[in-house]
Write a protein that binds this ligand. Structure first.
Ligand code: SAM
Length: 262
C-alpha cells in the first residue's frame, strides 16, 4: 500500500500524544538516554511526540515505504534526537543488542512472516530491553454479518499478501517464539461502530477501502467497487455493529543467565 494518500490517512486517524501517553510512557519515563525504535513508523506521528517529550533519548523509526519516511523526516526536521530510515523489518540496519525499547503498532497484521520479523526485533533489542507490540484482532467483525463475497475477498487478501485480520491473538506466541519473555497482554475494543457511522469515520473508511482495493491484481475493478459499496452500505446501516479488538503486548529480552519474573 505505497499509495501517497496512505500517509495522510494514517495521520488523520490518530492522536499521537494520546497513544504515547496511554501505551508508551509507562515503559520509558524512568529511562535515561534511551535508544527507542519504532518499527513500521508510517508518517512519524509518534516519533515526533517522543522526540519532543524525551530530548535526551535517541528516537529512530523505520518503514519500508519511501514516501512515508519522507513524510516522517519532514515532521522531524529541527529535532536532533530523532530520525526515520527506510528499511525492511526483516533486515534492520542496526547492530545486535542496540535498543532499550522497541514498539510496533499496526505493522504485524501486514507481515507474511511475523515470527521472523519479531526475531529481528529480538536481535536489535538490548538484553534487559522491552518490546511492545500492538495490533488488531477480529477485524471486520460485523453484525449483521458481511456477505459471503466480502468474506471471500478478505480470505484471498490474506492468502496473497499475508494480511491477517486476527493477528492480535497470535502475537502472544509470536513474541515468545522469537525469544522474548512474555510480560503482559491487554485487549480493548477498537473500530467501534454502533449504528450509522459518523461522517468523519465514514470518510476514513472510504479512503482506506480505496487505497486497499486500488490496483489489487486479484480482483477486477468492478468487483472491488461492489465490495467497497457493500462495506460502506453496512457502515451506514443504523442497525450495524462493527468492531475490532486492539491487543497490546509487552515482552522483555532477558539478560543472559537471568530468569524473568513477571
Ligand atoms: C498501518 S501502518 C502503521 C503506521 C503507524 N505505526 C501507526 O500506528 O499509525 C503500517 C506501516 O507498516 C509499514 N510496513 C509494512 N511492511 C513493512 C516491512 N516489511 N518493514 C517495515 N515497515 C513495513 C507500512 O509501510 C506502513 O507505513
Amino acid at each position: 500500500m505505497d499509495d501517497p494518500r496512505e500517509a495522510g490517512r494514517l495521520e488523520k486517524k490518530v492522536n499521537g500524544s494520546e497513544v504515547v501517553d496511554k501505551y508508551l510512557r509507562k515503559h520509558i519515563d524512568d529511562l535515561q538516554g534511551a535508544k527507542v525504535l519504532e518499527a513500521g513508523c508510517g508518517p512519524g506521528v509518534f516519533l515526533r511526540v517522543l522526540a519532543n517529550l524525551y530530548p535526551g533519548f535517541s528516537i529512530t523509526g523505520v518503514d519500508i515505504s519511501g514516501h512515508r519516511i519522507e513524510q516522517a523526516n519532514l515532521k522531524l526536521s529541527g529535532l536532533k534526537n530523532a530520525v526515520a530510515i527506510q528499511a525492511d523489518i526483516y533486515k534492520l540496519p542496526f547492530p545486535d543488542d542496540h535498543f532499550d525499547f522497541i514498539y510496533s503498532r499496526f505493522l504485524f497484521e501486514y507481515l507474511q512472516y511475523p515470527v521472523a520479523a519479531a526475531k529481528e526485533l529480538y536481535r536489535v533489542c538490548k538484553p534487559g530491553g522491552k518490546l511492545l507490540l500492538q495490533d488488531l484482532d477480529s477485524q471486520f467483525t460485523f453484525y449483521p454479518e458481511l456477505g459471503a463475497q466480502l468474506k471471500n475477498m478478505l480470505q484471498i487478501l490474506k492468502q496473497r499478501t499475508g494480511f491477517d485480520p486476527d493477528i492480535g491473538r497470535k502475537l502472544f506466541s509470536v513474541g515468545k517464539l522469537a525469544g522474548f519473555s512474555f510480560a503482559d497482554i491487554e485487549s480493548e475494543m477498537y473500530h467501534k461502530v454502533m449504528g450509522q457511522i459518523d461522517e468523519f469515520n465514514l470518510g476514513l473508511w472510504n479512503l482506506k477501502l480505496d487505497i486497499a482495493l486500488n490496483g489489487t491484481s486479484f480482483i477486477s475493478a468492478e468487483q472491488a467497487g461492489k465490495l467497497k459499496a457493500e462495506m460502506l452500505r453496512s457502515l451506514l446501516d443504523e442497525n450495524t455493529v462493527m468492531f475490532s479488538n486492539l491487543f497490546t503486548l509487552t515482552y522483555k529480552k532477558c539478560r543472559p543467565g537471568s530468569a524473568f519474573v513477571n
